[in-house]
Design a protein around this ligand. Structure first.
Ligand code: PLP
Length: 337
């Protein structure tokens, strides 16, 4: 593998080369099992071992308390946009959401199908380049939960700390920044993430849910989105995405080998600092985001002469740097790290 690009795509995203090489080694036959992981029964001893190993490393990396269940589901983060309101509604009428970008908007639109959404605060009028300050939030204490998008992948806006919400259940979409910085899981009711940004392959979705929130799903909840049915069945209510689960485990092993989240975070800070410093020092590149909440994961930028974008992308590609286009909904450029 000598001709690999530097892939700045947000997700599916670049995977560490040692992980790809390990997967290649294991592909035809996993550990003298006589078959590929792709071919194994999900209920067999070998695959159950692979699945449990992935969960164990994740629990270690994030120091997940024993009062939380870890689920490996399908349907992506988008599936969780529905699963969260359906599982957490109980007898409450409202869901509270912070609106900080296009992924927040999508989560809100889905939640509205299942109840009334209260927008706690929004940075829409500022073009989603900021996070509304905590003193301006208007939280209904009777909401079922407060949901926020920890990192807005498109706008490049990232919460730098966990919001203070007193006794309200906190839910976070961490699709594009999970494992990039330490996080105190005990502050959350639910954390979810599609895997294709920070955890490996598309097609598997991580859900970390506090035990007391399990078992109260709305009766219309599809079985595959029901946290209790999935928790009771080891995330194997139906056939899980076995190969993706295995690949996710390899990525977690690699992160552990690097020194865990502190080492990964240090790397992320170095990369983001370099990028923002280059942008800020230049009169040609610019980044519109409030510096206090700039994302370490996704760095959107504009050229002083927007008509040079095509030439920029072509020359970047000639240097082996690809997928630097901004999201199709906002244009511009973006480097996802
Ligand atoms: C990519 C992304 C999603 C959507 O994920 P899917 O797995 O494609 O459903 C949701 N939220 C955030 C923050 C994302 O970056």
């Amino acid at each position: 593998m000598v001709s690999r690009f530097y892939n700045f795509g947000p997700g599916p995203a670049t995977v560490p080369e040692p992980v790809l090489n390990k997967a290649r080694e294991d592909l035809p036959e996993w550990h003298s099992s006589g078959m590929s992981v792709i071919e194994m029964s999900h209920r067999g001893k070998d695959f159950v071992g692979i699945a449990e190993h992935a969960e164990a490393i994740l629990r270690e990396l994030l120091a997940i308390p024993s009062s939380y269940r870890v689920l490996f589901l399908q349907g992506g983060a988008t599936g969780q946009f529905a699963a969260v309101p359906l599982n957490l509604k109980r007898d409450k009428a409202k869901f509270a959401y912070l609106s900080t970008g296009l992924w927040s908007e999508k989560a809100i639109a889905e939640a509205k199908r299942y109840g009334e959404v209260q927008i706690v605060a929004s940075s829409k009028e500022r073009g989603y380049t900021a996070i509304p300050s905590r003193s301006d939030w208007n939280i209904d204490p009777d909401a079922a939960y407060l949901h926020y998008t920890a990192n807005e992948t498109i706008g490049g806006v990232e919460f730098q700390s966990i919001p203070e919400v007193e006794s309200l259940t906190l839910v976070a979409d961490m699709s594009s920044n999970i494992l990039s910085r330490p996080v105190d899981v005990s502050r959350f009711g639910v954390i979810y993430a599609g895997a294709q940004k920070n955890l490996g392959p598309a097609g598997i979705t991580l859900v970390i849910v506090r035990e007391d929130l399990i078992g109260h799903a709305h009766p219309f909840t599809p079985s595959i989105l029901d946290y209790k049915l999935q928790a009771d069945n080891g995330s194997m209510l139906n056939t899980p995405p076995t190969y993706n689960w295995y690949l996710l485990g390899l990525v977690l092993e690699w992160i552990k080998e690097q020194g865990g989240i502190p080492a990964i975070e240090a790397r992320n800070i170095r990369k983001a600092d370099k990028l923002y410093a280059a942008i800020d020092a230049s009169s040609f590149y610019s980044n519109p985001v409030d510096p206090a909440v700039r994302s370490r994961m996704n760095v959107p930028f504009l050229l002083a002469k927007t008509d040079l974008e095509k030439a920029f992308l072509a020359e970047a590609k000639a240097h082996g740097l690809v997928n630097l286009e901004g999201h199709r909904s906002v244009g511009g450029l973006r480097a996802s790290t």
